[in-house]
Each structure stands twice: as structure tokens, then as C-alpha cells.
Design a protein around this ligand. Structure first.
Ligand code: FAD
Length: 543
């Protein structure tokens, strides 16, 4: 992948996309697949913001049934199946346990009918391309069975549980990247660290954007017929730039944080209820537990958002209130934290937790900005179908481009795998010079591209040794820089690989990664020190 803004081209693109989260990535792929020429601009790294802050669930969203959002849940369940199909190495079914109590929102009489509706709305869950991705219908399990399966659930008042399945995306940052790579394969041009700082306008029509290349510190114009604002929690600020006014449209933002800890659950995602009635999940992930999420209104500049010790401590009080004595988590047990801001489309709901996760697509022609479309809200899970709807609007507007979407029917780039189990089996068998753990991990995370990582390791054996329990290897660092537009240490550690997402990997590993990056990217000592400092801040739990 090449950062297209480094080359001064005079093209006029059909579509310019602002934002390289999952929404922008999906829109880029959808538009490119319909025959549009596409440019995508991201001011940070791809998937560095909300799209990296998820609970890693690809799900219908059982709790949205409580708001009677049947349309949203059905759309999400359909997209869940599509993502299982088109990204088989990245999206997997995961069993959930929802403990039941005698009274309240967790009583069997409320959850059971909800589960029947959930199952009915996912009536097509058996029609997956790969048999291993089929999702079973829900069932009831006894109190004793819950204790056997996941002892983290407090027995007091618990009457049993519902066992059902949803999906997890093992590395959402790379799922976003897979959409971007799929777009690039079809001709889309993309750039990270490319911030849209102004719009080119003529007689009420938006004709392009002014882009600041944050790496080369230079500004250029990118021209296009249609601009799509996929700025997530920044979408309103981008609109301010387009209109030249302040607060042209305010988005409500809600903050969500996650904690990584030692394993508290075995194989199930457990839906916990805190003493104050807050719902949170404990999700098994890479031999650890992922606990999340909070959901609290965030007021302020999205660029200034950060997780503080106070916020983590507050969340820990809620979490510990729901855990057994033996499972209590101290602050020092928290290995890593991450968080992000949800843009919420409705501003009526008092509690952001109850606010809808539906998305909205606005044609800004109504505001005197012909040629600009803004997308707001949504879930990671529904991004592909959101993109279908946005591009349908573009096709209608232009009277060009293919009307038919193909993105639900084709594997994403690197995911061309018919049976994930046979693929992993063959990968292990054919690459005996690496440990099974390494091959299993790389084949899932890189799909069919894992052989390119192995090639680097075979050429440079010093990059072939496993550096963590997942079997990750330093050849991934080289691959990230040469093939995947990684330009900073955090791009490598947090988004192209999983080296940093279970917490600080240790000084020795960080040193090696920094040295490889410095060599590949030609960093001097000052740049190395800067990168080291930024990476340490991102990897350490706030103190
Ligand atoms: C805590 C939390 C947990 C969640 N869990 C789940 C889950 O488990 N499952 C699920 O389906 N959904 C989940 N979601 C929702 C999901 O994360 C979002 O719907 C999705 O990531 C939104 O993607 P996006 O691309 O619209 O936004 P983002 O990922 O935020 O992307 C917007 C991008 O625009 C860029 N940008 C902004 N301004 C400019 C500019 N001027 N120039 C260029 N680029 C710019 C930003 O840098 C950013 O990368 C969760 C959300 C949160 C916050």
C-alpha cells in the first residue's frame, strides 16, 4: 500500500472519503467495488480511533431488543453472518452466558422471550459458507452448570443462565485494514496521517479538500465529485470546517473503556450485572479477559479524550461488585486499558447507555453543501451495510456506478479461505520450521498473507523467534512497514500486530521493535526517542 498523497497527482476522484475507521474503510471498498475512483484520507492511523475501541464483538446486540429496535438487531445479525463469511479468519462465533435472577431485567420471563426473538431474527445463521461458523440456537442451563462452566458468576440469587452465541472479531484493527486492502485492490488510493483541514468550494458545491500531510508537513489539494464524511466522533467538527461555522451540528458522544486482565473466564463471554444494575461483559481474548465497557456521556474535544486512573478505578468498583471474592481485581492487575467515543445520533435519551446505535446518512446539500454526505452513529458490525446505503445514494446522485452491491458475496482481501480449520491445519503441516502456535496465530491474523510474513522470517532468521505467548514474531514488524503503511511504533504495536494490545511487551521487545522500525523507516535518534515515549504512554496503564 502506498500513501498516495506523497505523489502530487492532479486526479479528480469520484469519491473522497474522510476517515479511515471501519465506516470509511467499508465505504471505500463499497465505492471502489461499484466502479468509482476513490481516495481515502485518515488523519491518524487507519482504525486508530473508535474502531479500535470496541468490545471486539460482531453481534446483533441483544440489549437493543429492550428498546424494540428490531430493525437494527436484524440488520446486525445479517451483517454478523456476512462478516463470518467474508472474513473467516478474523470473525468467529463465541458462546455467551447470561446469568438469570428471580426478578428484574435478568429474570427468565424477560430474557427468554428476548432470546426467542433474537434467534428468530437470525433465522439465516445456519447459512454460512464455512460449516464451522454455524451458530446454534440458544438454550437454558442450570445454576449448577453455570458454576461448572464459569465460576466467575456469583451464585447468590442466580437461578441459571441462557447460553447462546454471537461473534467476535479477533483483531478489529486488522478487519478494518482488510476492508482498506480490499478497496486498494480495486484501485482505491489511501493515506494515513492525512488530515482534512479545509474544503474546496465553488458556488455552494464542495469540490475537494485541503489535506495536511502530517508526516511530511506539507499541504495539498485533493479534488473530488463527492465527499463522504466518515469522521465518527469528529463528524460534526468536520462539518464545522465545511460550513465555516462553529457547532453546525453537535454530536453527542459517549465514552467507553475496556480493561485487559488475567483470565477470569474460560471460554464464554459472560454478561455480568453490577450491583448498581450496569451491564458489562467479561470476554475471553488471547488467554486473557477483556472487560467492558463503560458508557458515559463525554463532553469535550474528541482529540483531548484520554483514559485516566480515576475512570479505571471507578469502573473497577463496579466490576468488583459483581465478582466473587476470589476473582477481585486490584488496579495493579490491570494489564492494559483502551477506550473510545461513540458518536450517538439521537440527542433525546437522557442516559447514553440507552441511546440507539443506529446510523444516519445526511445529504448536506440541504445545508447548502452540494457534494457532501455525512455519516453518523452506527456499530462496527453494521458498517458494511451502512456503506451499501451510502454508495446507493452516490449511485443515484451521479447516475453512474454499478447499482448492485457485491461486497456481501466476496471474501475480503487476504480472507479467501473456504474452511478455516483445514486452512490452519494445512498451514501448520506445511510450515514445520515454525511453532504451531505461531502458525495458528499468523494464519488467523493475516489470512492468506501469512506466508509473506514467513518469507521475511526465513530471509532474516533473527526475526523468526516467538516474542510472546501467541507466538508473534518480529518479521510482522517488517511486514507492517513494508506492506501495510505502518509509520509509527503505535501503528505497529497496537494496530498491525498484537504485540502491544495485551499491555506493555517489556523493554527488550520494545527495543527490538523500535530498532527494526528505525532501520526500515530511517529514523534518527530524536525520532526514535519520540516514538519510544509515545509508545510507552500508549502501552502503560494510566498512573
Ligand atoms: C467502547 C466502545 C465499544 C464498542 N463495541 C462495539 C462492538 O463490540 N461491536 C460493534 O459492532 N460496535 C461497537 N462499537 C461501535 C463501533 O466501534 C463504531 O460504530 C465504529 O468503530 C465507528 O467507526 P467509524 O469509522 O465511524 O469511526 P472511527 O473509527 O472513530 O473513525 C473515524 C475516523 O475519522 C478520522 N478523522 C477525523 N477527523 C478527520 C479529518 N479532519 N481528516 C481525516 N480524518 C479524520 C479519525 O481519526 C478516525 O480514525 C463500540 C464503540 C465503543 C466506543
Amino acid at each position: 500500500m502506498k500513501r498516495f498523497i506523497e505523489e502530487n497527482n492532479q486526479k479528480v476522484y469520484d469519491v473522497i472519503i474522510i476517515g479511515g475507521g471501519i465506516t470509511g474503510a467499508s465505504v471505500a471498498y463499497e465505492a471502489a467495488s461499484r466502479g468509482f475512483s476513490v481516495a481515502l484520507l485518515e488523519k491518524n492511523d487507519f482504525s486508530a480511533a473508535t474502531s479500535a475501541a470496541t468490545s471486539k464483538l460482531i453481534h446483533g446486540g441483544l440489549r437493543y431488543l429492550a428498546n424494540f429496535e428490531f430493525g437494527l438487531v436484524r440488520e446486525s445479525l445479517k451483517e454478523r453472518r456476512i462478516l463470518e463469511n467474508i472474513a473467516p479468519n478474523l470473525v468467529y462465533p463465541i458462546p455467551f452466558i447470561i446469568p438469570l435472577y428471580n426478578t428484574g431485567a435478568r429474570s427468565k420471563w424477560i430474557i427468554e422471550p428476548g432470546m426467542i426473538i433474537y434467534d428468530l431474527l437470525s433465522y439465516d445463521k445456519g447459512f454460512t459458507w464455512d460449516d464451522s461458523k454455524k451458530i446454534p440456537w440458544h438454550k437454558y442451563i442450570s445454576r449448577k452448570k453455570v458454576q461448572e462452566l464459569e465460576s466467575v458468576v456469583k451464585p447468590d440469587g442466580m437461578t441459571g443462565a441462557i447460553l447462546y452465541s454471537d461473534c467476535t472479531s479477533i483483531i478489529p484493527e486488522r478487519l478494518t485494514l482488510a476492508f482498506i486492502k480490499s478497496a486498494v485492490k480495486l484501485g482505491a488510493e489511501v493515506a494515513n496521517y492525512a488530515k482534512v483541514v479545509d474544503f474546496l468550494r465553488s458556488n455552494g458545491t464542495v469540490e475537494g479538500v485541503v489535506v495536511q500531510d502530517l508526516l511530511l508537513d506539507q499541504t495539498s489539494n485533493v479534488r473530488g465529485k463527492l465527499i463522504i464524511n466518515c469522521g465518527g466522533p469528529w463528524a460534526d467538527l468536520i462539518l464545522d470546517v465545511a460550513t465555516g461555522k462553529q457547532n453546525s451540528q453537535n454530536i453527542r458522544r459517549s465514552e467507553g473503556i475496556h480493561l485487559i486482565t488475567r483470565p477470569l473466564v474460560n471460554h464464554h463471554c459472560v454478561g455480568m450485572l453490577s450491583p448498581s444494575g450496569r451491564h458489562f461483559n467479561i470476554i475471553p481474548w488471547r488467554g486473557h479477559s477483556l472487560i467492558g465497557t463503560t458508557d458515559r456521556e463525554y463532553i469535550g474535544d474528541p482529540d483531548a479524550y484520554e483514559i485516566t486512573r480515576e475512570k479505571v478505578e471507578e469502573f473497577l468498583v463496579e466490576v468488583n461488585g459483581a465478582l466473587n471474592e476470589k476473582d477481585q481485581i486490584a488496579y495493579s492487575d490491570v494489564l492494559f486499558t483502551y477506550g473510545g467515543l461513540r458518536p450517538l445520533v439521537e440527542d433525546q435519551t437522557k442516559e447514553v447507555y440507552k441511546s440507539s446505535r443506529k446510523y444516519e446518512i445526511y445529504d448536506n446539500e440541504k445545508d447548502g453543501l452540494k457534494g457532501l454526505i455525512t455519516v453518523e452513529g452506527g456499530k462496527y458490525t453494521t458498517s458494511r451495510s451502512l456503506a451499501e446505503n451510502v454508495v446507493r445514494m452516490a449511485v443515484k446522485k451521479f447516475g453512474m456506478g454499478s447499482y448492485k452491491s457485491i461486497t456481501a458475496k466476496k471474501y475480503l482481501a487476504g480472507s479467501e479461505i473456504k474452511s478455516i480449520n483445514s486452512f490452519i491445519g494445512s498451514a501448520i503441516f506445511e510450515n514445520e520450521d515454525f511453532s504451531e502456535i505461531t502458525i495458528d496465530y499468523l494464519a488467523r491474523v493475516y489470512g492468506t498473507e501469512f506466508t509473506q510474513v514467513l518469507k521475511i522470517a526465513r530471509n532474516q532468521p533473527e526475526y523468526a523467534a516467538p516474542i510472546n505467548a501467541d507466538g508473534e514474531i518480529l518479521a510482522q514488524v517488517v511486514f507492517a512497514i513494508r506492506n501495510e503503511m505502518a509509520r509509527t511504533l503505535t501503528d505497529i504495536l497496537l494496530r498491525r500486530t498484537g504485540i502491544g494490545t495485551l499491555g506493555h511487551p517489556g523493554e527488550e521487545v520494545l527495543q527490538k521493535v523500535t530498532e527494526i522500525a528505525a532501520k526500515e523507516l530511517d529514523w534518527d535518534k530524536t525520532r526514535m526517542d519520540q516514538e519510544w515515549k509515545t509508545a510507552n504512554k500508549a502501552l502503560n496503564v494510566p498512573q
